[in-house]
Design a protein around this ligand. Structure first.
Ligand code: PRP
Length: 202
């Protein structure tokens, strides 16, 4: 029995579709339920950013999570496979009509991903003040809370609708299959077998 942490939303649905293809069973969470127990798996529905914590503390043996979240949290986990779903980019966004003034001693950056943002600007030797937000990041430069944002771009619609544009790409992301280090030893056969089955169909 493997327990699998899935991030709520589209990635959970698409991951369950992969499992359905492999095992020929229907895997569907009942309305509002957060646990789906089947013969071989226990699926847990959690917040995207919480997947690494569930897997790190072995509340789940494996999990599916965006590379962006893995980079942001930088936990000691086994990265097994790129599932090629949930593709997006982490970008620096700025107002369309306003060039970023790199001569400023400190650029204010609003973001959910403070570690990724801090690392990126440090490498470029650009001084930044990180303003940690939890959502609606695109609002920040519009009302002067920040000069730029670092955020996820999927279709680009949210930035466009708010008069922003992606000026730099920090990283490309997609959903990855991860495993807890101990589970990977204790349940190696099960995990490797699943890994192979998934690799074969993606
Ligand atoms: C994410 C991200 C952007 C948006 C990008 O937000 O933070 O706001 O999606 O998608 P797009 O390029 O297709 O428009 P999310 O929907 O997770 O909501 P949040 O702002 O509350 O985090």
């Amino acid at each position: 029995m493997l327990s699998v942490a899935l991030p709520k939303g589209r990635i959970a649905k698409e991951t369950l579709e992969i499992f359905e293809k492999i095992f020929g069973e229907k895997f569907k969470f009942e309305d509002r339920k957060l646990i789906l127990q089947t013969e071989g798996f226990k699926f847990l529905l959690v917040r995207n950013q919480d997947v690494p914590a569930y897997v790190l503390h072995q509340a789940a043996d494996i999990g599916v999570v965006g590379l962006d979240v893995l980079e942001e949290r930088d936990e000691d986990l086994v990265r097994l496979l790129d599932l090629g779903i949930g593709k997006c980019k982490v970008c620096v966004g700025a107002k369309v009509d306003k060039k970023i003034d790199y001569s400023m001693p400190e650029i204010k950056v609003a973001t959910k991903m403070s570690n990724i943002a801090q690392k990126y600007f440090s490498k470029k030797a650009i001084g930044v003040k990180i303003i940690k937000l939890y959502g609606s990041i695109e609002l920040a430069p519009l009302i002067g809370l920040s000069d730029v944002i670092v955020d996820i771009v999927e279709t680009g619609d949210t930035m466009k609708q708010n008069g922003l544009e992606a000026v730099e790409t920090i990283m490309e992301s997609s959903a990855h299959l991860i495993a807890n280090k101990n589970s990977f030893i204790e349940k190696k056969e099960e995990i490797i077998s699943l890994y192979k089955k998934i690799s074969n169909i993606i």
